[in-house]
Design a protein around this ligand. Structure first.
Ligand code: PDD
Length: 287
């Protein structure tokens, strides 16, 4: 697999980082995951805006590769070199504060940020979508700036592992006050009283690109939406529950913590939105 690291295209096996890299030592960096369909990036502008926001929020030095056209060019070249320019793939971008002797304080201003880009093949969850996914709940113990897509993902990793060990696809994260925020790598939607509900874009969730597209599609389809968090109690009362994300599309949830959700089958609203999302992706998104 080919990758881009700090100005060079090389085999991923040859891409080497300093052990002083602040991404390694402090998790001091951000990342982005784009969806590529037949060599084109889906909603590239939105992903790029979020990357820019992350750079600013963490006061990371802005690498030249952060220029939208430059990054796009790197992604397209890697998709081609990796044979991912037909069918589906993801593009992974990571920027860290670069390599410097370990000290919490920012390194000298001339420290070059580390920029890493690669692509991965992508296969959707078409089979699972037909039956619907199961999820569990886990305490949301993350920091209070979840709107920034940092590479510090330990709470997400531990919660996702708990889900995997329970035979579930995803863990829904619940704050101490009972607010359900999102999944470990997905946003969460519920249908309650025929209304679509999802957590508002505060610092408690990542503002998902798929979430934003699904909200647009819901408006187009005339589905009423309320951007208000659901509570743990409401999890047991919803007509439908579904996840959204770049690597998940729209995934209906049929069971949560061992309890059946709604009718126990993929919900009609979730499937309508999934079909609309696939259409928006040009009809070739994972069905
Ligand atoms: N995760 N919430 C969290 C915590 C996420 O990490 C993600 C994405 C989402 C969905 O956002 P989007 O629709 O923009 O993909 C929500 C990526 C895919 C990942 O970590 O692999």
């Amino acid at each position: 697999m080919r990758a881009y690291l700090n100005g060079q295209y090389l085999d991923k096996a040859d891409a080497k980082l300093s052990v002083d890299d602040r991404g390694f030592v402090f998790g001091d960096g951000i990342y982005e995951v784009y969806r590529a369909i037949d060599g084109e990036l889906f909603e590239a502008e939105r992903h790029h805006r979020r990357l820019e926001h992350g750079l600013e929020a963490l006061r990371l030095p802005r690498p030249t590769e952060a220029d939208a056209g430059t990054l796009h060019g790197i992604a397209l070249r890697l998709l081609r070199e990796n044979g991912h320019d037909t069918g589906e793939a993801t593009v992974y971008v990571q920027v860290t504060r670069g390599a410097a002797p370990r000290a919490h304080v920012f390194p000298p201003a001339d420290t070059a940020p580390t920029v890493f880009v690669t692509t991965y093949p992508f296969k959707g969850f078409a089979d699972l979508r037909r039956t619907g996914a199961t999820v569990i709940t886990q305490p949301d113990v993350r920091w209070l700036r979840c709107n920034i897509k940092t590479v510090q993902l330990l709470p997400n990793v531990l919660a996702k592992q708990a889900a995997a060990e329970a035979g579930a696809l995803e863990a829904l994260l619940v704050r101490a006050d009972g607010t359900v925020t999102e999944g470990t790598h997905t946003n969460l939607f519920a249908v309650l009283d025929d209304e679509l509900r999802t957590h508002p874009t505060t610092e408690l969730i990542l503002p998902g690109v798929t979430r934003a597209v699904v909200l647009e599609l819901a408006h187009e389809l005339g589905i009423p939406v309320r951007e208000e968090a659901i509570t743990e109690e409401e999890l047991g009362q919803c007509e439908e529950l579904f996840l959204t994300g770049t690597t998940t599309d729209v995934m209906p949830v049929v069971s949560c913590d061992g309890r059946i959700v709604g009718a126990g089958v993929p919900g009609a609203i979730a499937m309508r939105l999934h079909d609309a999302l696939v259409a928006r992706m040009g009809g070739v998104g994972a069905r």
